[in-house]
Design a protein around this ligand. Structure first.
Ligand SMILES: [Zn+2]
Length: 351
């Protein structure tokens, strides 16, 4: 009798074998993960770590949205980026996509270079089974929370600053939402940010890993095992606590009364000043119509030396750095004054 040989696994199953050997995931959970679509909003430190984990785990489809380009001070904690990405002037979303498809070519990764706001979030989230927080501001989180609660989709909150972090999964209809937990809206200046208080890479990684773990639980069909508590990490003190946030509040404007104030655009500023960064974002006067970098570069020839690729155009002028994206939006670095930023934009980019 010839020796019977075990049939080799298809290569993609071998790729995920260690994860599938973990009972609660198993082949069924792996299949569910492969059938899932996630929207990741913001691909900085929390975002790169979540994207890396989920793409390696075998998520089916990941859409990443980010409005920014990469700076040298990002590399300490934003683990998908390197010096070459900076040399190539890549936007974060595109640099992340390039890395992720090299890690796992079976995952569809879509990069969108844009600013998420109440006018575009519904369309960007179309088809997503879960929304993942990689942002650095409460306004966008409240917007995500509104959309998640309104459409009954889970989202996973995460935040880190200095050596501390917070994480919680919001399961609409079951758990408290983020506005049940944080009643009012923290004013932008009230909290320390990564740009004023710094942040430690391993602390961000801890928070992002808690987010990724909750995402894997939810997408493999184990939302019941997700903790209903808010996890607080103090990396310097070496302490992790899970705080009881209670249940849904009947008087919560979002999940209690169903008033989606951020999604409707009633609340939320134009978001022009980039918190704590001495930079201002100027919205496109052309309502997102593609701009012609070659023409702008030509016009700027006499006053600045712009460089550009297909994603962005960058130049220094009057001691300030201007970065224009292909949708016409710009980030003006070196000023926190929206009026000055808009003046510079009109003067050098066009109105
Ligand atoms: Zn609520």
């Amino acid at each position: 009798m010839p020796e019977t040989r075990e049939k080799p696994w298809p290569p993609d199953l071998d790729r995920y074998s260690r994860q599938m050997l973990f009972g609660p995931v198993g082949p069924a959970g792996q299949q569910r993960l492969r059938d899932s679509r996630a929207l990741l909003i913001g691909v900085g430190a929390l975002g790169t770590a979540q994207a890396n984990s989920l793409v390696r785990a075998g998520l089916g489809h990941l859409k990443i949205i980010d409005r920014d380009f990469i700076e040298l001070n990002n590399l300490q904690r934003q683990t998908l980026f390197d010096e070459q990405d900076i040399a190539e002037n890549l936007p974060k979303a595109e640099a992340a996509r390039r890395k992720l498809v090299r890690v796992n070519s079976a995952v569809t990764v879509e990069a969108v270079v844009a600013d998420v706001n109440h006018a575009n979030i519904e369309q960007l989230a179309d088809g997503a089974d879960i929304l993942l927080d990689g942002t650095d501001n409460f306004e966008t989180r409240y917007l995500i929370n509104d959309l998640a609660v309104k459409t009954g989709r889970p989202w996973v909150y995460g935040a880190a600053v200095a050596a501390t972090g917070l994480q919680m999964a919001i399961l609409p209809g079951e758990t408290a939402c983020i506005r049940c937990v944080f009643e009012g809206r923290p004013p932008p200046q009230a909290n320390p940010t990564c740009d004023t208080a710094g942040v430690l890479g391993p602390v961000v990684a801890m928070v992002a890993d808690l987010q990724s773990l909750d995402a894997i639980k939810i997408l493999t069909g184990h939302a019941d095992t997700v903790t209903r508590r808010l996890t607080h990490v103090d990396g310097w003190a070496g302490r992790i606590v899970q705080l009881d946030v209670g249940s849904r509040r009947a008087d919560c404007p979002c999940c209690g009364r169903g008033e989606f104030e951020f999604l409707s655009g009633r609340l939320g500023s134009a978001g022009v000043t980039l918190c704590g960064r001495n930079a201002v974002q100027v919205a496109s006067p052309g309502a997102g119509a593609a701009v012609d970098f070659a023409r702008i570069a030509d016009r700027l020839g006499g006053v600045a030396r712009p460089t550009y690729n297909q994603y962005l155009l960058k130049f220094d002028v009057e001691g300030i750095q201007v970065t224009v994206f292909s949708d016409g939006r710009a980030i003006i670095t070196g000023t926190a004054d929206p009026a000055q930023a808009r003046t510079l934009y009109a003067k050098y980019v066009g109105s």
